[in-house]
Design a protein around this ligand. Sequence first.
Ligand SMILES: Cc1ncc(COP(=O)(O)O)c(C=O)c1O
Length: 363
Amino acid sequence: MKERVRKQILDFKPYTPGLTLEDIREKYGVEQVIKLASNENPLGVSPVVQKVLGRRAAEVFRYPQNHSPRLAAALAQRLGVTPDMVVVGNGSDEIIDMLYRVVAEPGRDNVVCYEHSFSMYRMCAKLCGVEYREVPRGHGLGLPLADLARVADEHTALVIVTSPDNPTGLAATAKELGELARALPEGALLVVDGAYAEFARPEEVYEAAPRLAELENLVLLRTFSKAYGLAGLRLGYGVMPAWLASYLRRARIPFTVNLAAEAAGLAALEDETFLNETLRVVWQGRDYLASALAEMGCEVTPSQANFLMFRPPSDAEALFENLLRRGIIVRHLKSFGLPEHLRVNVGTGRENAAFAAACKELL
Ligand SMILES: Cc1ncc(COP(=O)(O)O)c(C=O)c1O
């Protein structure tokens, strides 16, 4: 019966998530585990959000409102767009998946991205049966924006840029993104995955939302998983031209965003104290880690995100394994095609110091 399975699925490589605390406790028998591998919020969950979740627990026997209209309206107001331009999803992963399924024609269309990127883009291409075109980054691992436009053609459905980029932390300016959107062939959408957008400064240089009004082919993706500390609830959104948003809503599975997630998202948007404290802790920790790693002889890529990519002076995989033995989880970037690099997200002051001390000993 295996022949029943579609050929795209038979050799499908599943997503490799970062290791969990439980994985490490079990494997290495360590009690204290520090997880700096999945770019989660160093402060955990906002206390305001926790209270709201408690209050709303008694309501979860009800279905949520389909398409989370209250959250879409709140997001629209913040971004200066109309609510019909916002699609809320079960993580931004769901919006990525929906975009492919709505605009990319299997067997005909292609999606253009650059190498060493977030693996979901390739996975969705494979699942949908569309060609995935990968542009080389060159030596500095920068964002090859002009090359993306060169590789796109009349069958390009999506061109994807992650900014700030995962795993490098490099960011494209709003001006550069606007130029790229204008340079694409007619019919190609520019998707800017801003999972880490809140961490980039100066905001007026990097925030692409004001360009939505003038560009018909721009799609922005955002998430509550990072700066808002809600990774476990799965909540993200896309902002796009209203005609496209309406097709995504039409074709989607109902109720993928649950009642608790919508309530938490609304509360998280209101809790500016938590967001500002998150940004302060991340920026401070990022500076601390960048200089500590550079002092140890690591090549550190300047980051606009809540993590740093670095290349240690000795074997990256050995450093990764030895950190694990001490209960510290970072990300070895082998799965991104960068086996000589590691990625560490900013943790609390104590976690950053423990990571830096362990690296110093090991290097
Ligand atoms: C670049 C990028 N896009 C999207 C996501 C997925 O975010 P979400 O948790 O909203 O699905 C991640 C998660 O790590 C990411 O790094």
